[in-house]
Design a binder for this molecule. Structure first.
Ligand code: SF4
Ligand code: SF4
Length: 359
């Protein structure tokens, strides 16, 4: 069987209180959380993301990582960076692991969004410590919303100075976030900051950053509630497993879709079951149009010529232009600017419940 791309949600407990995620209101009980024995049943993976909730709330993260390394070529752990000592301790044993710390803007915006007093300082100190230790695969993650979009380029520049990865996302609604009211209110303002970031990324000499520019172009498309730029193939060579050991296609669905349970089934039995097939049928017709790295990264691998052509068009064919990307390349952005489509129409096409309009 070919290697898969997996995400292991080890807990739904979280010490933070982010404004765009209510997961902390519905935490998992430690006794129900996926065990190391169950993790042993996972298939071979070329990439695994370990996430939460806040994964480092679990005190057996080292055991979990050790087990996943037996299955996976590469591991990246997403964390809010608060539990510095636990993160540093794990990285001493696994210097090749990737760590992505979510920082939701510069200090004021981050602490307001995250609801953790001192959250920025803790996250940033953890990042610095990891870099000082010589960790090579360390980076920031930022979920862009109206409240922090103005910090987007500043944070990218900070990550660049520190030679770190910079991962972006925008607001999504799903069972995973326990949210249905997330929405971008001032789309042109947020898109303008994405445009600036995309131009910074395209200016660089790193092909990886040029492809990240494409990902951010997809975020502009997403916040204007358009169809995904690439097909979604979740549950075909990609899966999520949650703290209850339920295997799912992704974390973007409105209600949890379950392919099977790894506590009671073996991997092959679960993956080839009728239930898994029926979830795949739902994925084929899914219209939620998420644009999160978990579902986009495998799609960019599979349909590599699409982002590659975009990069050629923007980076190479416009090599003489200082501004290589304009948000108005997207027809929907022009239509909105010129009044051919209204905010209410865009809001209706999003996954947000309509009461958000009044907020
Ligand atoms: S976004 Fe992450 S850090 Fe924030 S509440 Fe949700 S799980 Fe916790
Ligand atoms: S678009 Fe893909 S990632 Fe999003 S909910 Fe649908 S199947 Fe899941």
């Amino acid at each position: 069987m070919k290697k898969l791309n997996g995400t292991v949600i080890v807990t739904y407990r979280c010490n933070a209180r982010c404004n765009m995620c209510s997961r902390y209101k519905r935490p998992s009980e430690p006794k129900d959380e996926i065990s190391v024995e169950t993790i042993r049943k996972l298939p071979r993976m070329y990439f695994t993301n370990i996430t939460g909730g806040e994964p480092f709330i679990r005190e057996d993260m080292k055991e979990i990582t050790r087990e996943i390394y037996k299955k996976s070529d590469r591991i990246v752990i997403s964390t809010n960076g608060f539990f510095t000592d636990r993160i540093v301790d794990l990285c001493k044993e696994f210097p090749d692991v990737g760590i992505r710390i979510s920082i939701e803007g510069l200090e004021a915006a981050n602490n307001k969004i995250r609801g953790l007093e001192d959250g920025y300082k803790r996250g940033y100190d953890t990042l610095k410590k990891l870099v000082e230790m010589g960790m090579r695969d360390v980076g920031f993650g930022m979920t862009v919303q109206d409240m922090n979009a103005q910090d987007l380029v500043a944070l990218y520049r900070l990550s660049d100075e520190l030679n770190m990865e910079f991962a972006t996302a925008s607001l999504h609604n799903s069972f995973y976030f326990v949210e249905s009211k997330n929405i971008i209110h001032d789309r042109p303002m947020v898109a303008r900051h994405f445009e600036d970031l995309i131009n910074e990324l395209l200016k660089s000499n790193s092909p990886k950053k040029w492809f990240r520019a494409y990902f951010n172009h997809g975020l502009v498309n997403y916040i204007y509630s358009r169809k995904r730029l690439l097909p979604c193939n979740m549950a075909f060579d990609t899966f999520f497993v949650d703290p209850y050991s339920d295997v799912m296609p992704c974390n973007g669905t409105e209600k949890k879709e379950i392919m099977g349970n790894l506590n009671t089934q073996l991997w092959d039995e679960l993956w080839n079951s009728d239930q898994a097939e029926s979830v795949r049928r739902n994925v084929r017709t899914c219209e939620r149009n998420c644009w999160m790295i978990g579902s986009v990264s495998p799609a960019m691998r599979k349909y590599i010529w699409i982002p590659a052509l975009w990069v050629v068009r923007h980076k190479l064919l416009r090599f003489w232009k200082s501004k290589k990307y304009s948000m108005y390349e997207n027809r929907i952005v022009r239509d909105f600017r010129d009044g051919r489509v209204s905010k209410a129409e865009l809001d209706r096409c999003s996954t947000c419940e309509m009461q958000c309009e009044q907020e």
